[in-house]
Design a protein. Structure first.
Length: 177
């Protein structure tokens, strides 16, 4: 086997990316403090053709050197917006017909591997603060909570890892929309 060169990967140009049909999925970052996590989510959103990212509360916004380190230019390709309050972002997305899915451990959460999505629906995934998770008032406004099944001794994953897992899974269900 031979590793492929970057020019052999047939990636979209920035202009092509902006024109291509996206998966009807937004990510909402609820007070995420790590600039590296924010950048990683941008890069994942680019990789899977998500519509955009809503940055809320203390979540930093581009341009920022530390976000750029992990985003590697994805802040230029992925649409994003900022809201001071996550509840405002949730209200705006709901008004646009999005179903709100929190990634959080809650009573009644649906395990990711048991989640059924409709290709006729638009979704927004909410990921929370690295220690406190998604704010309860945001959970209260959500349509559903998703939990990633875990089997070890730890009760959580790094947000960029969790986002990668959930976005991959949802993108597989929503591809071709």
């Amino acid at each position: 086997m031979r590793k492929l060169l970057n020019d052999e990967l047939e990636r979209l140009s920035l202009e092509e990316f902006k024109q291509v049909k996206k998966i009807p999925l937004w990510v909402v970052l609820d007070n995420v403090r790590s600039l590296n996590n924010i950048g990683s989510v941008f890069r994942t959103a680019d990789a899977f053709l998500l519509e955009g990212i809503m940055l809320c509360g203390i979540t930093a916004t581009p341009p920022h050197r530390e976000i750029h380190k992990t985003a590697l230019g994805a802040t230029e390709s992925v649409e994003w917006d900022y809201r001071k309050e996550t509840i405002e972002a949730i209200s705006d997305l709901k008004a646009k017909g999005f179903q709100i899915l929190c990634v959080e451990q809650t009573e009644g959460a649906v395990m990711l591997d048991q989640l059924n999505l409709s290709k006729d629906q638009k979704y927004a995934l909410v990921f929370g603060h690295e220690i406190r998770g998604v704010e309860q008032k945001v959970v209260d406004l959500s349509d559903l909570c998703i939990e990633i099944p875990q089997f070890g001794t730890k009760h959580s994953l790094n947000i960029s890892v969790a986002a990668g897992i959930v976005i991959w899974e949802l993108s597989q269900s929503l591809k071709g929309v």
